[in-house]
Write a protein that binds this ligand. Structure first.
Ligand SMILES: NC(=O)c1ccc[n+]([C@@H]2O[C@H](COP(=O)([O-])OP(=O)(O)OC[C@H]3O[C@@H](n4cnc5c(N)ncnc54)[C@H](O)[C@@H]3O)[C@@H](O)[C@H]2O)c1
Length: 437
């Protein structure tokens, strides 16, 4: 394909050289005359293993050229990739000046061309940028309609500096955020030579995925370092700890525990986090991320509570009381905390949990209820029908199933804490709100 790449920094130069290497006809654009000259002189404007030979080959074969002329680049490319920087403002906000400027330039040039082109934003931008910045600027400056006269997409980049070429050629996946089929499919052709899964989404989802990835990488580094600091102070080799830790691909390095839902609880996670934080305090080790985890968990319960408060309704039933499905363990269940807070605020609360039948409870759970949360026992309903019948709000933690969908009435609000049912089930029935989706 004919490709133009706007911004010849780390992402733009690597993309330009790799795409040229795959036989695409690439024209790179930068406002910096030095970078443009370097590329045309077969030099790399950045330090990156293997990049200069690739640039050199691209220039020699005529597949890679660079220019400062934006309008010429818009005329050249079927696909126009924006790879300009998006630096932080002093307040942490995202700097969109370069994106705005290049979108204006591209828009102006689009006004003068007749053929269909797809603009794709490869820079990292927050959700909302597509609709509030990129698309309106392109439409305003071109006088054309996005999705009709030209295509527009986002296409986050996942390469890492230092292994950028390998990452470009073997990415974890290619992700294209588009509002219309033609834009997305046209851009997808650019990656025909890349052997990686291809995902399509709306633009904001694609941008959020990129932030989720980088936030997760940062969290992982910090997690390993906090475990490291703690291990060192107790004389344990943290490298060995994490070597063994990462061998668990069922629970640790896996999709487990990565589904947005309700707060964690139960007999182990809160207890063990508290123990680790106690150890840190008593050995004078700061582990702010792990210390903040319980606080964030409490915040999540508050978030659910706010949904009930905002609804203005006063009578609430909780479906599911244990901390997760298929158990009757109520110890430190966030649902118990939610019930207690609602009661404290004067709400009428009932509870139904198919696994928590007070008559049948024995041993630890029975004594936990009797001694720690005796007030909860009197709120338990014997059937789902009974629970749903008297409530204005149904908070479904787990056990959202066809029975609940069938029983819920139009005048009731259903708050789903764990997305056990698809929103579609509730269409035309009760008002339905997911906790964080
Ligand atoms: N560096 C990485 O490893 C990496 C990886 C993935 C995503 N990203 C994201 O990709 C984007 C680009 O990052 P980078 O590190 O390549 O940035 P960079 O600062 O190295 O390069 C940006 C380039 O854009 C040029 N530029 C600015 N305005 C221009 C305009 N109007 N027309 C043409 N060129 C213009 C600049 O001169 C510069 O050469 C950022 O949003 C970044 O967050 C970076």
């Amino acid at each position: 394909m004919k490709v133009s790449i706007f911004g010849l920094g780390y992402v733009g130069t690597v993309s330009a050289a790799c795409l040229a290497g795959q036989g695409h006809d690439v024209l790179g654009v930068d406002v910096s005359a030095d970078k443009v000259n370097q590329i045309n002189n077969k030099q790399s404007p950045i330090v990156e293993p293997g990049l200069e030979p690739l640039i050199s080959k691209g220039v020699e074969t005529g597949k890679l050229k660079a220019t400062q002329d934006t309008a010429a680049a818009v005329r050249h490319g079927e696909v126009l990739l924006i790879c300009v920087g998006t630096p932080s403002h002093a307040n942490g906000g995202l700097g969109l000046t370069y994106v705005e400027r290049v979108a204006q330039d591209i828009g102006q040039a689009l006004a003068t061309v007749n053929d269909y082109k797809v603009v794709s934003l490869r820079s990292t931008v927050l959700p909302g940028t597509f609709t509030e910045t990129l698309k309106p600027i392109l439409e305003q400056y071109s006088g054309k309609k996005a999705g009709v006269d030209f295509g527009v997409t986002v296409n986050p980049e996942f390469l890492r500096e230092g292994s950028a070429i390998e990452d470009f050629i073997n990415p974890p996946y290619t992700l294209i955020g588009a509002e219309d089929e033609r834009s997305g499919q046209t851009l997808a052709h650019l990656y025909d030579g890349i052997d990686a899964p291809l995902f399509f989404s709306d633009p904001d989802t694609a941008n959020m995925v990129k932030y989720a990835c980088n936030a997760f990488h940062a969290v992982k580094v910090t997690f390993a370092n906090e475990i490291g600091r703690l291990s060192k102070v107790v004389g344990v080799d943290s490298t060995r700890v994490m070597e063994i830790f990462t061998q668990d691909t069922k629970l640790n390095i896996s999709p487990r525990y990565l589904r947005p839902g309700f707060a964690f609880g139960g007999s182990c996670l809160p207890k063990d986090l508290r123990a680790i934080n106690y150890l840190a305090r008593h050995t004078d080790v700061d582990i702010p991320m792990l210390e903040g985890v319980m606080e964030s968990n409490v915040e999540h319960i508050e978030f659910a509570l706010d949904m009930v408060v905002r609804s203005g309704k006063k009578s609430v039933t909780l479906v599911g009381l244990s901390f997760k499905p298929h158990t009757d363990d109520l110890r430190e269940s966030p649902m118990v905390a939610l019930a207690e807070t609602l009661l404290g605020k004067g709400y009428k609360v009932t509870i139904y949990d198919a696994n928590v039948n007070l008559a049948r409870l024995v041993g630890g759970n029975r004594s936990y209820i009797e001694q720690t949360i005796p007030h909860i026992a009197s709120l338990m309903c014997h059937s789902l029908e009974e629970a749903v019948d008297g409530a204005d709000v149904i908070i479904a933690s787990h056990g959202v199933n066809d029975d609940l969908v069938a029983l819920a009435r139009e005048d009731q609000l259903v708050v789903d804490l764990s997305r056990n049912s698809s929103n579609a089930h509730w269409m035309g029935k009760s008002a339905y709100e997911g906790l964080c989706w």
